[in-house]
Each structure stands twice: as structure tokens, then as C-alpha cells.
Design a protein around this ligand. Structure first.
Ligand code: ARG
Length: 302
């Protein structure tokens, strides 16, 4: 073979190889290790935070804010003077020793309106008014009858309960059938410094009877049962409660009520702001039916 031929053959070979290469599939690229892709699970439906919810457009309203939106009154403490021997008005729970009763519930309801918390100072009724004047407490709830004589010294809230004085005798009493049949042979039992004492003294002066005064009206009623006094003059609801709660005492009430009396909450004359608040709360409780509810609870509904 001549060198020319060799050259031709070689050129042909190169050409063919080039053509073969051109037609051959593109060389497979060196496999690149797959980049680790985080699992492409369909993303769990993310809980949409409530704030993400587009606010439902609320049509502008002219409704005024409800009364609950009014700011709460600043809490304050009140010291309350009472003589807790006057069931069902204010007395000590036999088991717990706690002071309970209609008046306590009423004051708690007033405090719920005004934002106060009450703590009690228990003392005899006889010393209660003076203790108030001496600032031993802030207010007194203790079945106080609103009287002209008392309002010269202290102030009272608007009336919250109307009652009257009742005459109690032993179940077998024949002579005393009402206040006008009390005579000079009789001993009248009363609680010191009360309107009952005032009436008892009036009758005693008129007919010449004697008066025996007690610090605690339940002692007078027990003495009546025991024959140590002949008649007890005291607030009707309290005497009625005693007769029902102590059937063994065998007492009864006779005649009509001696008086009609309104109960009020006592404050010092200068504490006018407190008095205004108490009266506003009382009005709410009367208008809203709470007063009637409490009267029913404690057997005082007329
Ligand atoms: N209502 C009568 C008065 O004001 C008796 C009140 C007695 N109260 C008492 N908690 N013992 O004179």
C-alpha cells in the first residue's frame, strides 16, 4: 500500500468514526449521587391560627356597650358591727360559729354591688351605737329600727324591711291576750336598748308592771318559758323564729303587733358617700328581686 492509500484509509476511518460518534447516544453523564431531598410529603395541612381567619366584617352598630363593660369598683373592706343573737336576722351558726342570717346575706349582696368585703365585730346591742360613734366599725347591720331618737346621732339607710313588736307569752297563758292586758303583777322581759325595751318600759310605767332587761333576747325568751318573766316584747320575726325553733319552750304570740318599724343600716352621719352607695345598692336589690328572694329564704316574706 502506498502511503497515499494509507492516508486515504486512515482519513476514511477517522470520518467513519466521527460519524459513528455523532450518531451514538450522548455519553451518559457520570451519575451524580442524588442530592438528599427532604421527604417531599405533601405538607400536612397546617392548622390555621384563628388570627389568620380574615375577620368577618361586622356591620357598624350603634348599640351602646352593655353595662358589664363598666369598670369594676375598686374593692374595699368594711368592718360591720352587729349583735349576732337575733335569729333569723343575725346569729351564729351553731356548728361553724360563723355569723349568718338575713342581714348578713343582705350586706353580702350590697357588697357584691359595691365591691366590698365585710368582716364582723360582734357585740351586745346595748353598746353597738356608741361603738359606731367611736369608729369601732364602718357600718352596722343589726335589725336597727329607724327611730327619730337614733337619727339625731347616727344616719340610717333607706328602709329595707318592715316589721313590728310582738307580745309573747307561755302557751298556757290565759290572762295576757295582748299588750293591753299586761298589768302590774306582770314581769316584762325585753332586750336592753331596743325598741322592745322602750315599749316595755312605756307599758310598765302606765300599768305599774316591772321590766327585766337582758343583753340577749333569747335569754328573755328562755326565762319566759321557765316562768321567770310573764311576757316578752320583741321584734316579731325573731320571736316567731324562736317559737318555731324551740317547740319545747311552748310559747305563743298574742294580740296584734304593738308597732310598725322599718329596719335600716346604720352609718355615721358624716359618712354620706358610703350611705349614698348603700342606698343605691339597696335600690338595685329591691328592683331586681334579690330582696324578695332573701326574704323568702329567711322566712320573712309577708
Ligand atoms: N329592732 C329593734 C331595735 O332596733 C331590735 C334590734 C335588736 N337587734 C339585734 N341584733 N339584737 O331596737
Amino acid at each position: 500500500m502506498t502511503s497515499k492509500r494509507i492516508y486515504l484509509v486512515l482519513s476514511l476511518l477517522v470520518l467513519v468514526s466521527m460519524m459513528v460518534t455523532a450518531c451514538a447516544p450522548a455519553p451518559t453523564p457520570t451519575p451524580v449521587p442524588p442530592t438528599p431531598v427532604p421527604p417531599t410529603k405533601a405538607p400536612a395541612p397546617t392548622a390555621v391560627p384563628p388570627t389568620a381567619v380574615p375577620p368577618t366584617p361586622v356591620p357598624p352598630t350603634a348599640t351602646p356597650l352593655p353595662p358589664t363593660a363598666t369598670p369594676k369598683p375598686t374593692p374595699f373592706a368594711v368592718k360591720v358591727g352587729t349583735d349576732a343573737t337575733f335569729k333569723p336576722m343575725e346569729y351564729k351558726d351553731e356548728k361553724t360559729g360563723a355569723i349568718i342570717g338575713f342581714d348578713v346575706d343582705l350586706l353580702n349582696a350590697i357588697c357584691a354591688e359595691l365591691g366590698c368585703t365585710a368582716t364582723y365585730e360582734n357585740m351586745t346591742f346595748d353598746g353597738l351605737r356608741q361603738a359606731g360613734l367611736a369608729k369601732k366599725y364602718d357600718l352596722s347591720i343589726s335589725s336597727w329600727t329607724i327611730t327619730d331618737e337614733r337619727t339625731k346621732q347616727v344616719a340610717f339607710s333607706d328602709p329595707y324591711l318592715t316589721t313590728g313588736l310582738a307580745v309573747a307569752v307561755r302557751g298556757d297563758e290565759k290572762v295576757i291576750v295582748g299588750p293591753e292586758t299586761i298589768s302590774k303583777t306582770h314581769k316584762i322581759g325585753v332586750q336592753l336598748a331596743t325598741t322592745g325595751a322602750e315599749e316595755g318600759n312605756k307599758i310598765a310605767q302606765k300599768v305599774g308592771a316591772t321590766v327585766k332587761s337582758y343583753d340577749d333576747i333569747t335569754l328573755a325568751l328562755a326565762d319566759l318559758a321557765a316562768g321567770r318573766v310573764d311576757v316578752v316584747i320583741n321584734d316579731g320575726p325573731v320571736t316567731a323564729d324562736y317559737i318555731i325553733s324551740n317547740p319545747n319552750a311552748k310559747l305563743k304570740m298574742v294580740g296584734k303587733l304593738l308597732t310598725t318599724e322599718d329596719y335600716g343600716i346604720l352609718v355615721r352621719k358624716e359618712d354620706t358617700a358610703l350611705l349614698t352607695k348603700i342606698n343605691a345598692a339597696l335600690k338595685k336589690l329591691k328592683d331586681g328581686g334579690k330582696m324578695t328572694e332573701l326574704m323568702k329564704k329567711w322566712g320573712l316574706a309577708q
